[in-house]
Design a protein around this ligand. Structure first.
Ligand code: NDP
Length: 403
């Protein structure tokens, strides 16, 4: 995965651009940057609509520029940053200009398929892409990896499970790897029956037992779709076959990822469930940095438990694994339908178990019409994404009418 180094001359600060700065990942990253002002220079911060949050962060981190994707929120940003010397901008062109500026590391932490275009545009020779946004690999993994290879850019995974695997995957011995295992907490409904899951509320689903994350990924964790996305991501990040990828439910979220080798060794990365650890790993790699996360006390923890995932109670995971095997644009349709279904669940329009039902219906309809073949470009993916969203919205409307 690693090709070029992000470092310039040893004394220079590392320059960073953050896409999705105001989100959960962005805030964990900001905490690390604020603690290490002598090491990092913030070139640009990008978010969508949160002008107040972006302006505050830009001032704290002394960013060169602050950009909003949504132009309607620009007047507030401009007003809040007037007189600070921090450049401001808004709209798609401004976001693309921000990724065009000289920088060493781009952190891709926009949520959803909206992250695809700017993150793809950020891939440049000699740059490090620290990738949190799942959709780049889920929706357009082949295209994304092709661009990484063609440019010689360096790709490091922020997502805790992939970062864990990255830490224990001996790239020079890839032929000796038997299995890559991603752990899953199982979410808040790990032991609930399917019948009970039909009745859960958004408030219950938003209470993740271990991780504090953005709303969409929290719901995706509750359905276990998130783990399905992660398996698809892993299939692009690591040189293994689909059959070599596995999922293990581990409610304590202490072991994040494992690699099993042909000599019987099973290497794992452990840590507190705090995203600052994998983010710091991506910033400092190949070195490490001090991070004030809670240290693991294994004696205090006492017991770590593991169980196989239940694909019957968590059909979203099953759908994701099927979409991975189908390939082409099936994972992009999966993601688009999931984004719409999760939003409908959060706004009380459908039930929790309607999320996988909506996704399955979209995949079936689009698959039957032969629409899920290979994508030749990111534009193909975005067109398919739009169609899958519409299909999901239609299914949700029909479901509401039927209730
Ligand atoms: P959040 O919902 O907390 O934050 C999303 C960020 O994306 C916000 O800064 C938001 O801006 C910005 N954003 C949304 N749409 C756009 C757009 N069109 N253009 C520019 N910026 C946009 O998400 P998370 O931080 O939880 O997750 C970010 C990504 O990282 C997701 O893909 C997620 O799956 C992945 N991830 C997250 C983990 C976590 O622990 N949170 C762990 C592993 C992966 P604004 O605030 O202005 O709306």
């Amino acid at each position: 995965m690693a090709a070029a180094s992000a470092a310039r001359d040893p004394g220079a600060k590392t320059r960073i651009t953050v896409l999705g700065a105001t989100g959960s990942i962005g805030q964990s990253l900001a905490d690390l940057l604020e603690r290490n002002p002598e090491r990092y220079e913030v070139v640009a911060l990008v978010s969508n609509r949160n002008a107040a949050g972006l302006a505050d962060m830009a001032k704290t981190l002394k960013a060169g520029s602050a950009i909003l994707a949504d132009e309607t929120c620009y007047p507030e940003l401009k007003d809040r940053l007037s007189g600070t010397g921090i450049r401001t901008g808004a709209g798609e062109a401004a976001v693309l200009e921000a990724v065009d500026q000289d920088t060493d590391i781009v952190v891709g932490a926009i949520v959803g398929a909206a992250g695809l275009k700017p993150t793809m545009a950020a891939i440049r020779p000699g740059r490090r892409i620290a990738l949190a946004n799942k959709e780049c690999l889920v929706c357009a993994g082949d295209l994304f990896m092709e661009k990484i290879r063609a440019t010689g850019a360096e790709l490091l995974p922020v997502d805790s499970e992939h970062n864990a695997v990255f830490q224990v995957f001996e790239t020079d011995k890839a032929d000796m790897v038997e299995k890559v295992i991603l752990t899953a907490s199982g979410g808040p409904f790990r032991s609930l029956s399917k019948a009970d899951m039909k009745r859960v509320t958004p408030q219950q689903a938003l209470k993740h037992p271990n991780w504090d994350m953005g709303a969409r990924i929290t719901i995706d964790s509750a359905t276990m779709m998130n783990k399905g996305f992660e398996v698809i991501e892993a299939s692009h990040l690591f040189p293994v076959t689909h059959d070599q990828l596995g999922v293990l439910v581990h409610p304590q979220s202490t072991v994040h990822g494992l690699v099993q080798y042909k000599d019987g060794s099973l290497l794992a990365q452990l840590g507190s469930p705090d995203m600052r650890t994998p983010i710091a790993h991506c910033l400092a790699f190949p070195r490490r940095m001090n991070v004030p996360v809670k240290r693991l006390d294994l004696a205090e923890l006492g017991t770590l438990t593991f169980e196989a995932p239940d694909l019957d109670r968590f059909p979203a995971l099953h759908l994701a694994l099927e979409a991975m095997r189908a390939g082409g644009m099936a994972p992009a349709a999966l993601n688009a339908a999931d984004e719409i279904a999760v939003e409908a669940f959060l706004t009380g329009r459908i039930g929790f178990m309607d999320i996988p039902a909506a996704i399955e219906a979209v995949l079936e309809t689009m698959g039957a019409r032969g629409l899920l073949g290979e994508a030749a470009s990111a534009e193909d993916v975005l067109a398919l994404d739009a169609e899958a969203r519409q299909k999901a919205a239609d299914w949700i409307e029909a479901r509401q009418m039927a209730c």
